[in-house]
Design a protein. Structure first.
Length: 242
């Protein structure tokens, strides 16, 4: 497993496209956070908080994770290397988990690179240190769990098609639906109990709770369940292709 994880990470950093995607992703975050281009900057809001960042993070990470995951299996199927990989003395689920862990490591590196934001904001307040650290830590945990679930969905999308662009688009659609879709449907339904149930099926509901610093076991289990479900579906899809 470690060999595959290392291979995937090295492949990403040795690939100019991968580095370009990461650079563009971080640049967009910086532009939204610190410039007046999108009217969402911290300077304009007048408050030393990370609300803007955690509001825009999920949709941006959906696109980013879909982009870095799109070739995980689609490229293997297109080039035929999946057959060679499957003949190795390693189980299919171990191969899937290796690629999943590799994507998650890249996600964590990207999230760690944004830690400069709370550090900067810490010194920007009217009084230094006037920052809701508990809320920020909770929001980062929520973002990490959410991104891990995005990664599992993206790997599943990559296992469906040989075309990387199709994998990218499918991943974006599925992730957006699971994160925002149930909430939107719930808002359209006038039956309160059914609306609440639908909202709880979506990732946004659980992300928002954790972001408030309320870390409940059920929310953590939700994200773990989503990841396990789509990794299992990925396993089934590859087995069927074999």
């Amino acid at each position: 497993m470690i060999a595959i994880i290392n291979k995937e990470i090295k492949s990403f950093f040795n690939n100019n496209i991968g580095l370009l995607i990461s650079s563009i992703f971080l640049m967009i975050f910086g532009l939204i956070q610190w410039t007046t281009l999108f009217n969402l900057s911290i300077i304009e809001s007048g408050y030393a908080n990370m609300n803007t960042f955690f509001l825009i993070a999920p949709p941006l990470f959906i696109i980013y994770i879909s982009a870095i995951s799109m070739k995980s299996f689609s490229e293997e199927f297109k080039s035929g290397t999946i057959e060679i990989l499957l003949t190795k003395p390693i189980s299919l689920i171990s191969i899937i988990l290796s690629k999943y862990f590799a994507v998650n490591i890249l996600i964590l590196i990207s999230i760690l690179s944004t830690f400069i934001y709370p550090i900067t904001i810490y010194f920007l307040g009217e009084s230094i240190g006037n920052l809701d650290l508990g809320g920020i830590i909770g929001s980062y945990l929520g973002l990490i769990f959410t991104c891990f679930s995005f990664a599992s969905i993206s790997l599943f999308s990559s296992s469906i098609t040989k075309n990387q662009v199709n994998a990218l688009l499918l991943s974006i659609v599925l992730n957006f639906f699971i994160f925002y879709g149930f909430n939107l449907i719930g808002d359209l339904i006038n039956i309160s109990h059914l609306s609440i149930i639908l909202q709880k099926l979506g990732s946004q509901y659980h992300y928002d709770l954790i972001s408030k610093g309320v870390i409940i076991l059920s929310d953590v289990i939700y994200f773990i369940s989503i990841s396990i479900l789509f990794l299992y579906l990925t396993n089934l899809k590859i087995q069927n292709k074999r």
